[in-house]
Design a protein around this ligand. Sequence first.
Ligand code: 3HC
Length: 696
Amino acid sequence: MSQSVSYTVDGDIGIVRVNNPPVNALSHHVRQGLYDCFMAADADATVATILICDGRTFIAGADITEFGKPPKPPHFSLPLNAMEDMSKPVIAAIHGTALGGGLETALCCHYRVAVPSAKVGLPEVHLGLLPGAGGTQRLPRLIGAQAAVDAIAGGGHIDAPTAHAAGVLDALVDEGDLLEGAKAFARKIVSAGGALNKVRDINEKVTGVDPAIFETARANAIKTRRGFKAPLSCIACVEAACTLPFDEGMARERELFQELHDDLQSAAQQHIFFAERAASKVNDMPKDVTVLDIKRVGVIGAGTMGGGIAMNFANVGIPVTLLEMKQEFLDKGLGVVRANYERTAKKGRLSAAQVEERMGLITPTLDYADLADVDMIIEAVYENMDVKKEVFGKLDEVAKPSCILATNTSTLDVDEIARVTKRPEMVIGTHFFSPANVMKLLEIVRGEQTSFETLATTLAVTKAIKKVGVVVGVCDGFVGNRMIHQYLAQSQYLLEEGCLPHEVDAPIYDLGFAMGPLTMSDLAGLDVGWRIRQGKGLPESLAEGDRYCEIGDRICEKGRFGQKTGGGYYKYDPSDRSRQRDPEIEQLIIDYSREKGIERREIEGNEVLERLMYALINEGAWILEEGIAQRASDIDVIYVYGYGVPAYLGGPMFYADHIGLDKVYQRVCEFAERDPASWKPAPLLKKLAESGGTFN
Ligand code: 3HC
């Protein structure tokens, strides 16, 4: 009937089949095809119609590539209303994921059956949207307001058995043959009278709902998803399902959907959706690269990072051999891992048996020889080149020839580490972010000799442990930390020129970041950077004309290393770690400016914001120019998943595009004129600004 939807008749049952790879998205031709096929099905002599999909999944939602472009007819409502108004039962047969518009399509069928491995959900909120094809009005009628708010504002995937128990699915059928199971179900329905169960007709409005659930949901969304507009609109739509008749509720849904659709937040979140998928693609990687099977891994070091890394593997059922130098370090590390799991179990997210199962997957050892049969080793020892080289020398001796050797470093030269081995092509950097068991980001550092096989395997491992991987090149700090270095430097200069810590942090927090640069420094610990600076002999070793601010050093000299010591740029209440301004530190800053002969001035919030953001953006442009990142959107992914930038800003490079690169460049040049030591305008930024181009 169309390029992507077909209609066939199998005995007395009509079958509408969608085939729109890769995920059967509801592109305009699918919408038209569905309408045409259901019209044909309604007109023939069959007794029921099954909607089923080819390939790996049921319809996974609207076609996101169509958003932000002129709408292409028909609207979703044309095929969906046609299905719901069919004169014979329509059964959705679900495998893979029925998400967003896919689940909304299924909710317009009179019945839904699925294989047990299937998942359903309305994840539009993660794209800065709400379900715009009736999902906010139909789902609450089926499962109640509270469950619908959780599903729609939360946007999670629900597994088929849970969805069946909740009433979203009418039956689970054998994994083996979905179509046969759906046909048997259809015949049962027909022989029982063929009732046309329309979700919209379950009730005029969802009744008996305590309005307090919406207030609670709103308060929760404001707290946990600060600044995001979509969760609040999702809640408002479910509320409408409880206060308005169906058609009016649909009109409200449409109105709020359009508002979100036209908002920059949604464009930013869609950018991140595609950016995340693009990040795992390596431009020059041949298509036929072998991906090695990683059945067992080794982790060197049971400290905070090593333990967290080991948990990632245990969480997905991959056994880990965890090596330490001394039994007491091993015991301590495993104790922390267990405590982490038990905390999760206490919150009800793991059973006691699962805690034991995961602990059982981690085998502690003091003996390098126990790493002989692992397929990949991730080293997470102290960040020191000599130590890492020594470890890699040993690993090269004990590991089997096919074993990949990865270093968890945040700054060190992966090529130098690779050179101590006889297998530099199998050495790669894996920069995990702390806490490694929580943070989604992984910078995958491709050395000059890293083979495609090693890279492709590491990317597959990244996906297996449910991280978002971004391939980066070798340089000091890679992408994320190299950029943050410029941002933190500006935060220091702002302090010495006239700001107090809260005045540096506020504009960034207000923009939407999880925290400002000085709160972030306090959280990360000030001592690490201080020791690195001491190691470099700073400030004595400064070159002529370099700029350096000693405020951070002075704070460390007082034994204040940030939150963990109760104070850094701020002081922290020991009972609840709440942050307070600290007059002692504010005085230290003012005295420092005086000592250095710097006349403090009032600095407007906008200048603070521009200097911090443009420091990130300008360094990002250098990184792109040097080929350390493959594409601007990779940098955005790094900042959203690793540095607390909300997805609704789209990352620093997307933000820059939105501001306009001509404006950004002009300000960067002004800053550089005032302070040539710390600002070097990137040629790429200049080029794009002058040609009217964008990063993304
Ligand atoms: N539209 C267009 N392209 C899509 C898409 C969609 N809805 N969903 C996935 N794709 C593309 C991806 O960009 C990727 O393309 P690429 O190969 O060129 O990079 C390809 O399909 C495969 O996607 P994944 O790599 O993500 O494949 P996985 O197997 O890992 O995951 C999935 C499959 C769970 C379906 C995941 O792709 C996903 O979560 N998709 C988005 C689902 C979603 O958000 N649906 C709601 C859309 S909005 C909506 O429906 C509005 C409606 O209410 C009106």
